[in-house]
Design a protein around this ligand. Structure first.
Ligand code: MF3
Ligand code: CO
Ligand code: CO
Length: 267
């Protein structure tokens, strides 16, 4: 989601965070599991020669066949059911006629709405054999999410997550996109709080059991700056460098977190 600063008149305002009860948590588990299954379903189809429109159709059908709705469709006018972000596209790529070629990387971002609750997850796929640079940005983006999730424990703050992501990504010579961030999720696709992928340890909102939110770092091989294309959705790196992203929806528990969109518990 797009970052809108929680600073008003120089004062940080406490975000209005929904703490989920056990019934809501069961629904979050179900929708997030479905979103994870969509990514598993689509993985073998991400091959040279496939169009992003075809990936969109396959995901749309699968989601509807499982009694859910693709959350992106018509969200603020978004025209498709998933986002497909290829190479220098940072996020919100619109599926279309583009055919994937050997060497591309593509982030497929899936959000499902099942029984009134949203689940959100994405992965950067390598299309056939990819270059060293493409492999690196996909690997660093994945590890950035691993590090962010590892920072999620009782008593931790949002700043701890941002710091873990940023310090790792920058240690690899990569950069963190600032304009988009993770987000609370539940009855709404995008809820408070904003989960920034940069920050300082100990700063920001303290994590509490029952919170559900995403971590979804967008990591660039070059500079962090971005540009919006004329379609008003597609976000690209300003310098044309490659960008990678992975996303999971998490539940804060008494002892740590549950990765709701992971089918096997791994990131
Ligand atoms: N799934 C994206 C996210 O992680 C949001 C996509 S909004 C859309 O928050 F409208 F572009 F689909
Ligand atoms: Co998200
Ligand atoms: Co998403």
């Amino acid at each position: 989601m797009r970052d809108s600063s929680g600073i008003m008149g120089g004062l940080a305002v406490a975000p209005m965070v929904h703490i989920k009860n056990s019934e809501e948590i069961e629904r979050m588990r179900a929708t997030c599991k479905l979103a994870g299954q969509v990514l598993e379903m689509i993985a073998p189809h991400v091959q040279p020669g496939v169009s992003t429109d075809r990936l969109n159709s396959l995901c749309h059908e699968y989601i509807c066949d499982h009694g859910a709705i693709p959350s992106p469709l018509n969200y603020y006018g978004f025209p498709k059911s998933i986002c497909t972000s290829v190479n220098e596209v940072v996020c919100h790529g619109i599926p279309g006629k583009q055919v994937l070629r050997e060497g591309d990387i593509v982030n497929v971002d899936i959000t499902t709405k099942l029984d009134g609750y949203h689940g959100d997850t994405s992965r950067t796929f390598r299309v056939g054999e990819v270059s060293e640079r493409s492999d690196k940005i996909a690997r660093v983006a994945h590890e950035a999410l691993v590090r962010g999730i590892a920072a999620v424990k009782p008593g931790a703050t949002l700043g701890d997550i941002g710091h873990a992501v940023q310090s790792y990504a920058e240690s690899e010579g990569c950069s963190v996109v600032r304009e988009y961030c993770g987000h609370g999720i539940g009855r709404e696709f995008h809820e408070e709080p904003q989960v920034l992928h940069y920050g300082k340890p100990g700063r920001g909102f303290r994590l509490r059991p029952g919170m559900t939110f995403t971590i979804e770092p967008m990591i660039n091989l070059g500079k962090p700056d971005i540009r919006l294309l004329k379609d008003n959705w597609t976000v690209v790196t300003r310098d044309g460098s490659l960008s990678g992203q992975y996303e999971h929806t998490l539940l804060i528990t008494d002892h740590g977190c549950e990765i709701l969109t992971s089918l096997d518990g791994t990131v």
